[in-house]
Design a protein around this ligand. Structure first.
Ligand code: 3H9
Length: 688
């Protein structure tokens, strides 16, 4: 029997089988809730029904409330109303879970009287990742089934719990092979009817342990988090809600949870995190990739250049089980690169992150040579040699003659024109940029650079490769510095100017770190190595950075840069570096003055927003949200602000234009607001 658009109910031998089919993830949107309420009401009213099974068609049981609905306010029947009806249902209800039962989906399952799951299912309450807490009883019911400690861990991390752990923790009652889930759920319902099993309600259960023991667990958990949650509002609210589960009767606890949930829903942090959720999903859609374009199969990858980047790039593929052939010009350079890879794996094994067996498997997938011809059977070759256009053009020309006709050639360049590299081959349609970020085996960002000649299939392959090696692939246009580094240059320019005008490196770092960036620009330079791009012979003491390099202050690796570093890499502001800055400023006629934190922040960040607007106007990024993904993923821009473009919209574009004009009047052309930004600001619009 069809109930509404997305729900069916079938009665088989006293059991009502209710099934929802609302692709892609059976989110609990209004029609889904309405269908479930109607189905439950009719099953309750039907005397031939003695038990009910709730299940979903497609790839998953309900993966949560419908996130798109969260900004529009509750529509009846609400999830709370549905769950109240479900819990009080006088006939036993079995929830049959498969796929990813998340958020409101798990809250619904915990409200059903019995839970059976497929062996490969996963469950979780990921609301914190959206800046929220569970809002339909999750914080009250989960501690009642698995205890306070595991509940706090699951709710504040938002992690997915696999079926085996869910069974051990008592979150589900039974596991069965995925293929027999429907039959097993039905059989269990019959068993419940036959044994006269009660409607087992989680809300009526006591939480394990004494009140004192529960409080002790909460205190220890809160203390152990230290600063981990310090800037995020949701985890603390989750802890308060679990505390309410411990201290208050169920109904009062539910009300406390609801109050926290409603408050967070209005919190700009949650709006920012929800924006990033959809921003991430939008990345797979591009007007430059036709719907029909299928990614090409990648079985074997070649990497040219075994330096820090090349080695890190190779590790990504090895980690994903894809064989890699690494090529270097000299045997010594190759051996150096290989030994770094081996050392990195050994260090992961020593820290318990990888088993010895996993290390052996990965290294077993790695071949190497000094001969480019050995790349002939690769499906994708990534060049990661030094940043020199002539060298890259020559390499692309040679590779073109060596690799098979179907192979894709990619460059890891950070700035150079990839279209030109494509033109050095007879396959420009199969050439693209794959721009990894340091450390390449850790940083999740991958800019997939689109040239005008690259085919849809090549670009689709770039995004598919990113997914396979668990990176976040962002399609960007072929422009100097692409998206990330082009915006970074704005911030770096202002930071360098500010320390001559009156601030010190640690002032700039402090302001940006207080804003939420993991590291300010000077600390970052010290970490990356001050000598990246520095040329000893060409160095002429023309910048503070050149002078630091000339004096051997190359950053963390020499224990001295802008900061001095002790054995455990703890940084203290360097008096030597300070002297260098002050002398340089005096020599170049700067009259130093006090600079406010506000000026530091505005001068570092507003030009980035301005550049982001130019990048959008030029089509280098397709959407403002793509820029937000680049910055939150690759550079640690604080997620609770939603990324630079979302943040700018919250600050107000008219305000940003006005401040840029102000700085333009003081410091000139670097601050001229872009036409795009001015136009949107004047129209009262937003970048996102
Ligand atoms: C909640 O439950 C609050 C309650 O506590 C209280 C309420 C009162 N809503 O990720 P994918 C879309 S908060 C709407 O690419 P995958 C997604 O946008 C919610 N849409 O697939 C995409 O659309 P499109 C708590 C959703 O296989 C498509 O589905 N739940 C939702 O890689 C495919 O998504 C969560 O936070 C949703 N809830 O991963 C779970 N979920 O194709 C969030 C997905 O148009 N979801 N979509 O771009 C996920 O973590 C992953 O989507 C999931 C599948 C693991 C389920």
């Amino acid at each position: 029997m069809k109930i509404g658009d997305v729900t069916t109910m079938e009665i088989v031998n006293q059991v009502a089988i209710v099934q929802t089919d609302a692709p892609p993830v059976n989110a609990l949107a209004a029609p889904v809730r309405a269908g479930l309420v109607t189905a439950l009401q009719s099953a309750i009213a039907d005397p031939s029904v003695h038990a009910i099974v709730l299940s979903c068609a497609g790839r998953t049981f309900h993966a949560g409330a419908d996130i798109t609905e969260l900004s529009t306010g509750p529509v009846s029947p609400t999830l709370g109303e549905l769950l109240a009806l479900l819990e009080q249902c006088p006939k036993p209800v079995v929830a049959a879970l498969h796929g990813t039962t998340l958020g409101g989906g798990l809250e619904l399952a915990l409200t059903a009287h019995y839970r059976i799951a497929a062996e490969d299912a996963r469950v979780g309450l990921p609301e914190v990742q959206l800046g929220l807490i569970p809002g339909a009883g999750g914080t009250q019911r989960l501690p009642r089934v698995c205890g306070v400690g595991p509940a706090l861990d699951i709710i504040t991390s938002g992690r997915h719990v696999n079926a085996g752990e869910a069974l051990t923790l008592g979150i589900v009652d039974r596991l069965v092979p995925a293929a027999s889930l429907a039959a097993a759920a039905r059989e269990w319902a019959h068993e419940l009817i036959a044994t006269g099993a009660p409607c087992r309600r989680v809300s009526e259960r006591a939480i394990e342990g004494t009140r004192d023991a529960q409080h002790a667990v909460i205190s220890a958990f809160t203390a152990a988090q230290g600063k981990a949650f310090s800037r995020l509002h949701a985890p603390a609210a989750a802890i308060r809600a679990v505390q309410a589960a411990v201290d208050q009767p169920f109904a009062a606890g539910l009300a406390s949870e609801r109050a926290e949930f409603v408050k967070l829903l209005q919190d700009p942090q949650s709006r920012a995190l929800r924006h990033l959720f959809f921003a991430e999903r939008a990345l797979s859609k591009s007007r430059f990739i036709s719907k029909e374009a299928a990614p090409l199969p990648i079985h074997r990858v070649g990497v040219v250049g075994a330096g820090t980047m090349g080695g890190g790039i190779a590790m990504n593929f090895l980690n994903a089980g894809i064989p890699v052939h690494l090529v270097e010009v000299s045997a010594e350079a190759l051996e150096r690169g290989l030994s770094v890879i081996r050392r990195n794996y050994a260090s992961s094994a020593a820290k318990g992150k990888l088993t010895a067996e996993a290390v052996t498997t990965r290294l077993g997938l790695l071949a190497s040579s000094t001969d480019l011809a050995s790349l002939s059977d690769c499906d994708l070759v990534i060049e990661a040699i030094y940043e020199n256009m002539d060298a890259k053009l020559e390499l692309f020309g040679r590779l073109d003659g060596l690799v098979k006709p179907s192979a894709i050639l990619a460059s890891n360049t950070s700035y150079l024109d990839i279209e030109r590299m494509g033109q050095a081959t007879r396959r420009p349609q199969q050439v693209l940029g794959l721009h990894f970020f340091s450390p390449a085996n850790v940083n999740r960002l991958l800019e997939v650079v689109r040239t005008a000649s690259a085919s849809s299939e090549t670009l689709a392959t770039g995004l598919a490769v990113a997914k396979r090696i668990r990176k976040l692939g962002v399609l960007v246009g072929n422009a100097h510095g692409f998206v990330g580094n082009r915006m970074l240059a704005q911030r770096q320019r202002e930071a360098d100017k500010l320390i001559l005008e009156g601030a010190l490196p640690w002032d700039v770092d402090r302001v940006l770190e207080t804003f939420g960036l993991p590291m300010g620009p000077f600390r970052m330079r010290d970490l990356a190595g001050m000598d990246i791009g520095w040329n000893r012979t060409a160095s002429a003491s023309s910048t503070v950075r050149e002078i630091l390099c000339e004096q051997g202050r190359l950053g963390q690796k020499t224990k001295s840069g802008y900061y001095d570093y002790d054995e455990s890499r703890r940084a203290t502001p360097s008096t030597v570096a300070e002297r260098i800055v002050l002398d340089f400023a005096a020599e170049h006629g700067y009259v130093r003055r006090p600079i406010s934190d506000e000026e530091i922040l505005e001068r570092c960040l507003y030009p980035m927003v301005n550049e982001g607007a130019r990048i959008l106007a030029e089509g280098i990024a397709e959407r403002a949200s793509d820029i937000d993904m680049v910055w939150t993923t690759g550079y640690g821009w604080p997620v609770w602000t939603g990324g630079p473009m979302h943040w700018a919209d919250q600050v107000g574009l008219a305000h940003i234009v006005e401040r840029l004009r102000h700085y333009e009047s003081l410091y000139g052309a670097d601050f001229v607001p872009s036409e795009h930004l001015q136009r949107i600001a004047a129209a009262g619009g937003s970048l996102g």
